[in-house]
Design a protein around this ligand. Structure first.
Ligand code: ADP
Ligand code: GN1
Ligand code: MG
Length: 368
């Protein structure tokens, strides 16, 4: 690994003298490093170095084309509005030879981003205001990209939020039972299979043209947004690997799944897991404001379903990965994916209990 990092740092040597490169952040997919370097003028600077996960993103060239396209577009919009593009969007740093990424001698793909200074990614909501600001920012991200040419975007992970596909994938994992764990997770399997009809809700509405495809982020958890340490605004949306055509309700829903849970995503004490209705309302308000009136009545009405759908889908993905033997999400302890799946399903169950209240909150906001 040291040799590999040395080779990569040489590819970016023009940035300056690399002082350190340490693992960083809590993402489940890429391998992220904080790189500290000294510029030729002696200034100490930071950058984010990432080894892209090419098992998951099978076409890193297309993935980087998406990211360059989206970040260049956002950059112009931010400049038009008098903002600071270095802090308000990701910016891919080129290699010494002018490429957007580096392929090392092992065939691994690397990229470097500007480090967003003076801002923090949170793994748990600390204040309601922060959560509201993150909702505004994710809503705004969607409205900023409303006119982006969706056709130019590659599908970086096919059928990423096709819940029916995720359901079928889970069934396949159960049949294959690669890790021999199926017998131990019967209760979780039952929970997922019992809700099969939910898996088709959005797919059916899409097929009937009742909801639109938009350019969405598709991975809107709280630690994919940077909150400015001073202004407390959601300053920069990060983790753009899954920006592609998707559903507004899913961007809303994934943020609720992660941020409006009273517990962490991998909490093992399920009595701590529940939907915080007050956070649900605050996020819905911020998201609608950020989307600036662009959502249809149907989309707004379906926001509670987005929250339930993303939680159910994510639970199935964690469970399938546990059954497969933990190849997709990074794990940090035994049964980590199972703990995550249980937690998602406990949250789904709580949403089902609070369903009428969730719907009433959205109706109230809709009629304001
Ligand atoms: P993953 O796909 O694995 O989730 P991310 O792109 O979300 O990877 O990065 C993982 C973490 O690294 C983020 O949650 C954040 O804490 C940190 N991070 C990523 N990009 C930046 C950046 N440009 N500036 C500061 N921190 C960043
Ligand atoms: C992954 O990359 P990260 O950690 O921000 C995953 C999301 C899941 C999330 C669950 C590309 O997000 O879809 O909702 O974990 N990203 C990918 O925490 O699969
Ligand atoms: Mg991330």
């Amino acid at each position: 690994m040291q040799n590999q990092l040395k080779e990569v740092s040489e590819a970016y040597q023009y940035l300056g003298d690399i002082k350190s490169c340490e693992l960083y952040g809590n993402g489940h997919i890429n391998t992220t490093y904080l790189m500290v370097y000294k510029t030729t003028t002696g200034e100490e600077k930071k950058a984010i170095l990432q080894k892209m996960n090419t098992d998951i993103f099978k076409n890193p060239k297309e993935l980087m084309e998406n990211i360059i396209g989206v970040t260049s577009y956002l950059r112009e919009k931010i400049i038009e509005r008098g903002g600071d593009p270095e802090r308000e969007t990701l910016h891919v740093r080129k290699t010494s030879s002018g490429d957007d990424y580096f392929i090392d001698s092992k065939g691994d793909y690397w990229r470097v981003y500007n480090f967003v200074e003076g801002a923090t990614c949170y793994d748990k909501v600390e204040t309601e205001e922060d959560f509201y600001q993150s909702a505004l920012a994710f809503g705004n991200f969607q409205s900023l990209l409303a006119e982006y040419k969706a056709k130019t975007l590659h599908e970086t992970i096919p059928q990423f939020h096709d819940t029916r596909k995720r359901f079928n994938d889970l069934k396949k994992s159960i049949e294959e039972n690669a890790s021999g764990r199926v017998a131990e997770v019967q209760e979780e399997i039952k929970f997922a299979l019992e809700r099969e009809k939910d898996a088709d809700v959005f797919g059916t509405l899409l097929a009937e043209n009742k909801i639109p495809l938009r350019v969405t982020h598709n991975d809107t958890k709280l630690n994919n947004i940077m909150i400015d340490d001073e202004t407390r605004r959601g300053i920069c949306v990060i983790d753009l690997d899954t920006v592609m055509p998707g559903l507004a309700m899913n961007d809303f829903g994934d943020a609720i799944r992660f941020g409006a849970n009273t517990a962490m995503e991998d909490e093992t004490d399920l009595s701590k897991v529940s939907l915080d209705l007050s956070l649900f309302e605050i996020y819905a308000k911020g998201f609608l404001e950020g989307c600036k009136g662009s959502l249809t009545q149907k989309e707004i009405e379906l926001l509670p379903m987005g929250a339930k759908m993303m939680t159910y889908e994510c639970g199935m993905r964690f469970l399938a990965d546990h059954i497969d033997g933990d190849h997709y999400f990074k794990i940090h302890r035994k049964n980590h994916n199972l703990d995550r799946a249980r937690c998602q399903f406990a949250l789904v169950a709580d949403m089902e209990k609070k369903w009428d209240e969730m719907k009433k909150i959205i109706e109230r906001l809709q009629n304001k």
